[in-house]
Design a protein around this ligand. Structure first.
Ligand SMILES: [Zn+2]
Length: 392
């Protein structure tokens, strides 16, 4: 059910008075059920392009969205996030009857920060104490999961992190990205990790993969019918176009297998994606298989799957012009280009990717060293004058 967080009356400079409501997208709610609830003609959805229909399926349960309602309860504006960076803007047209739907960017700040500290209790607790950022603590732990044992912490053990954090409306927003980090623990070798952003995979300072996640192409396909595009601005239509996955064209009934080991977190119908399976993998990765004609009946939500296990069969369920698999890969909710993740599932980097990565390693290493020397002050939201003023 809808959980009303705040209800405030405001004028906002619009030519009407409206009620402003912040709500949470409930589990099982779909974009179509949302339209029904506000008595909006569903043609607005059916007239969307195939990829925009798919985007309307990307709304996650728990997503916070904002409505402005007229006094009689009818919808004037809705802002519904479909990713950290894009949102649906649905609003009533000037004729007061029709509605207009645009996919627009979410506005936020990105801060690149350095954090250094001497370990006191545990890296997780110390990061939370210093920054009040639990997600950063989680990402740091994930980054070193395979290479460092933090069980025994000694006085004078040292940590340095370079990371990116989005900020929106005075709050930490989205998942922070650890770009590089360093730890010096007593009786252990110095350890570095660096993230290759294209794939969301961590490597050591020699370019060797630390994450050990190897993803496999999930079917034998004929061709790629649609590539991944993220927040591509269409200069003529003045809107954002996105396709948060790869479409693999293949004959009806072609076997689709799991790209990696994991656990099924969704198994059933989901809006524009039709019959869908979502698998959670280690390292914060998630894979999505859409438009399936049938499922492997052996599995259901919660089942554990191995890489290569048949999940279902290629089909045209949902919005689909011909039989194909819509394959999505996500890291921490953020949609990634599956082709980059699949092609880079190797133990170490090579060629041009390695060259770029190593140049980055050299630069970040220097920044971390300097931060350690100078004793970097931890970044907190309160340290931005604007936000501390807003809080009062
Ligand atoms: Zn697709």
């Amino acid at each position: 059910m809808f959980k009303i967080l705040i209800v405030i009356f405001c004028l906002f400079g619009f030519a009407f008075a409206g009620t402003n409501e912040d709500l949470e997208w409930s589990k099982g709610e779909s974009f179509l059920s949302f339209l029904t609830k506000y008595k909006i003609n569903k043609d607005i959805y059916f007239n969307l392009s195939k990829t925009d229909k798919e985007l309307c399926t990307e709304i996650e349960a728990g997503a916070e969205y904002r409505l402005i309602l007229a006094d009689n309860g009818s919808l004037l504006h809705a802002l519904i996030p479909i990713s950290e960076e894009m949102q649906i803007h649905l609003y009533r047209a000037a004729n007061n009857i029709d509605y207009i739907l645009d996919i627009i960017p979410v506005i936020y700040d990105t801060r690149t920060e350095l954090l250094t500290f001497n370990l006191e209790s545990s890296p997780y607790q110390d990061i939370v104490n210093l920054t009040k950022n639990k997600q950063l603590a989680n990402e740091f732990i994930k980054a070193f999961q395979k290479s460092v044992n933090f069980k025994k912490v000694h006085k004078d053990d040292i940590v340095a992190i370079k990371y990116e954090q989005k900020i929106r409306l005075g709050k930490y927003y989205g998942t922070p990205v650890v770009l590089g980090a360093f730890v010096r623990l007593k009786h252990q070798e110095d350890k570095y990790v660096f993230q290759n952003l294209d794939e969301g995979v961590f490597y050591d300072d020699s370019g060797k993969s630390l994450t050990g996640v190897l993803f496999k192409v999930p079917l034998n396909y004929k061709r790629i019918s649609s590539i991944f595009t993220y927040k591509r601005y269409h200069p003529v239509l003045k809107i954002y176009r996105a396709h948060l996955g790869v479409d693999f064209a293949a004959p009806m009934g072609t076997k689709v297998w799991s790209t990696g080991n994991g656990k099924i977190s969704f198994f059933g119908r989901k809006g524009g994606y039709g019959n869908v399976i979502i698998v959670n993998h280690e390292g914060g990765f998630k894979s999505l298989y859409g438009h399936l004609s049938a499922f492997n009946k052996k599995f259901r939500s919660g089942s554990t799957v191995k890489q290569g296990d048949i999940l279902g069969y290629v089909g045209t369920s949902g919005v689909s012009s011909g039989p194909h698999l819509h394959f999505g890969m996500y890291k921490n909710v953020r949609a990634m280009d599956p082709m980059k993740i699949l092609s880079s599932s190797k133990k170490s980097l090579s060629g041009k990717a390695r060259k770029t990565f190593m140049a980055n390693v050299t630069m970040i290493k220097k920044e971390l060293e300097n931060a350690l020397k100078n004793g970097q002050v931890p970044f907190k939201l309160e340290s931005i004058p604007l936000y501390s003023k807003l809080k009062k």
